[in-house]
Design a protein around this ligand. Structure first.
Ligand code: FAD
Ligand code: NAI
Length: 470
């Protein structure tokens, strides 16, 4: 069956990239359809990613506080108990309210939703295959691929979502595992490892490289490992997993040094595989229409998200760049604007990244390692939260603010924060980068007292060699 309506745009995928592109295109006067194979809108992020993981991070942090730290503030709590089903209900309710929010936005913007798997039959034609096997053809001037990403599998380790889980299974465990082994010391490994560690699991993180959070500034990843280690996470770095055998009672992992050497076994109740994600293009029919992929099987686009086939565009996790929801959203907006004949631009250097552990770890712009590799002369300003009044009042003195500025022009090049609310604070520095601010600009901006953001001002003063409170 062919849908009578001719759309201006059909978006395949309703994640943060797809749904935001659909809304922006509708705002610009386009007639928009969106094809989503999940029952609910919002993609990985809202259903099994950003939102449920943050709901569990917040809830487990409260459990941890009630169990261990509230007493230090003179708040006596006794008989603290974990009610995991209620915690999971909190997660489910949070997800539900977010995905129905997107449904509301689709209605408000008159976006037509098709439920089923989309494949591109030809430029301008998307076939939607529904659950019952029936198909429908949707025609549109433009097609936007926003199909996101999926879990990267690890050879020798079969994910069954019970004993050996991906992030999706790790968000849905029905009991706290005694021993959780996380394969991959990246963002998912540390966030979900933290959740289960706080709830009582003994967590071991097995990382192939010699450091956790390999994309982050070296000093930040070292300090993060130290802080998380103090909380009870164990790290096995420079180690590779060669097999994982699941039985009813648990999983036996075989690991060996990444460079080769003697193998050993580790017993676990649950294993979380978190070694990255790969673009999801399965069943889209890209080879049939001739859409080119790059060497990592990501859809290849130009700076304005056009693929090599006229009228077919792509954004988000399925193309090159950081796999982040807000990066996908920015691309969705710019892509819709370019489609409508406007100009658009994204400054990829000003896209922040946040790891929602305790304390949070946040970054924007260049790392010291990148500046060294690029041969850029830079200055460093650093300020620890131990010297910040608000952090002391919160008993949250772990971490620091580190700013990197051009040695000649003083222009901010990178910012890195480990600390309470680092994810909120980093926005000031993203804005500073976007506006081309110098560390002097930040240092001369009044920061309310007492706030954690004063550490940013002090770090900026540090770049100039005139910190006040240290
Ligand atoms: P997705 O959100 O993956 O959406 C793609 C959608 O397309 C999916 O709903 C899929 O069902 C649908 N689809 C795919 N193929 C088809 C087809 N052929 N037909 C119809 N529909 C199709 N990022 C952050 O910025 N902050 C975080 O805190 C964060 N936390 C995360 C936690 C976890 C556990 C995970 C796994 C990821 C997290 N991310 C986070 C990453 C974030 O989820 C992604 O970067 C983001 O979802 C990418 O958006 P997208 O629109 O490109 O794709
Ligand atoms: P990641 O790329 O962050 O980390 C993967 C880690 O696994 C790396 O440290 C890597 O060196 C290691 N690794 C790779 N192969 C390995 C192997 N064979 N054995 C052991 N270690 C191995 O990927 P992750 O954590 O799976 O997350 C996927 C994506 O989701 C990321 O790109 C991230 O941006 C996004 N995400 C973002 C979040 C946020 O913004 N807060 C939260 C969760 C996910």
């Amino acid at each position: 069956m062919t849908t009578e309506t001719q759309f201006d745009l059909v978006v395949i995928g309703s994640g943060p990239g797809g749904y935001v592109a659909a809304i922006r295109a509708a705002q610009l006067g386009m007639k928009v359809a969106c094809v989503e194979m999940r029952k609910t809108l919002g993609g990985t992020c809202l259903n099994v990613g950003c939102i449920p993981s943050k709901a569990l991070l917040v809830a487990s942090e409260k459990f941890e506080e009630a169990s261990h730290s509230l007493g230090n503030f003179g708040v006596k709590v006794s008989g603290v108990e974990l009610d995991l089903p209620t915690m999971m209900k909190h997660k489910e309710k949070t997800v539900e309210s977010n995905v129905t929010g997107v449904e509301f936005l689709f209605k408000k913007n008159k976006i037509t939703r098709f439920t089923g798997k989309g494949s591109i039959a030809a430029p301008g034609q998307v076939t939607v295959t529904k659950e019952d096997g029936s198909t429908e053809t949707v025609t549109a001037k433009n097609i936007l691929i926003a199909t996101g990403s999926d879990v990267m599998p690890l050879p020798g380790v079969t994910i069954d979502e019970k004993r050996i889980v991906s992030s999706t299974g790790a968000l849905d465990l029905t009991e706290v595992p005694k021993r959780l082994v996380v394969i991959g010391g990246g963002v998912i490994g540390l966030e979900l490892g933290s959740v289960w560690q706080r709830l009582g699991a003994q967590v071991t993180v097995v990382e192939f490289l010699d450091r956790i959070l390999p994309g982050m500034d070296g000093e930040v990843s070292k300090q993060s490992q130290r802080i998380l280690g103090k909380q009870g996470l164990t790290f096995k770095l420079s180690t590779k997993v060669t097999s994982a055998v699941a039985a009813d009672t648990g999983v036996t992992l075989t690991v060996e040094p990444a460079a080769g050497g003697t193998a050993e076994t580790i017993e676990a109740d649950v294993v979380l595989v978190a070694i990255g994600r790969r673009p999801y293009t399965e069943g889209l029919g890209l080879d049939k229409v001739g859409v080119e992929l790059d060497e990592r099987k990501r859809v290849k686009t130009d700076h304005h998200f056009r693929t090599n086939v006229p009228g077919i565009w792509a954004i988000g996790d399925v193309i090159a760049g950081a796999m982040l929801a807000h990066k996908a959203e920015e691309e969705g907006v710019v892509c819709a604007e370019v489609m409508a004949g406007q100009s658009g631009h994204i400054n990829y250097d000003a896209i922040p990244g946040v790891v929602y552990t305790w304390p949070e770890i946040a970054a924007v712009g260049k790392t010291e390692e990148q500046l060294k590799a690029e041969g850029v002369a830079y200055k460093v300003g650093k300020f620890p939260f131990t010297a910040n009044g608000r952090a002391r009042s919160m008993q949250a003195t772990e971490g620091f603010v580190k700013l990197l500025a051009d040695a000649h022009s003083d222009k901010l090049l990178g910012a890195h924060i480990i600390g309470a609310s680092a994810g909120e604070m980093i926005e000031e520095l993203a804005l500073a980068l976007e506006f081309g601010a110098s560390s002097e600009d930040i240092a001369r901006t009044s920061h309310a007292h007492p706030t954690l953001t004063e550490a940013i001002k002090e770090a900026a003063l540090g770049v100039l060699g005139r910190t006040i409170h240290m």
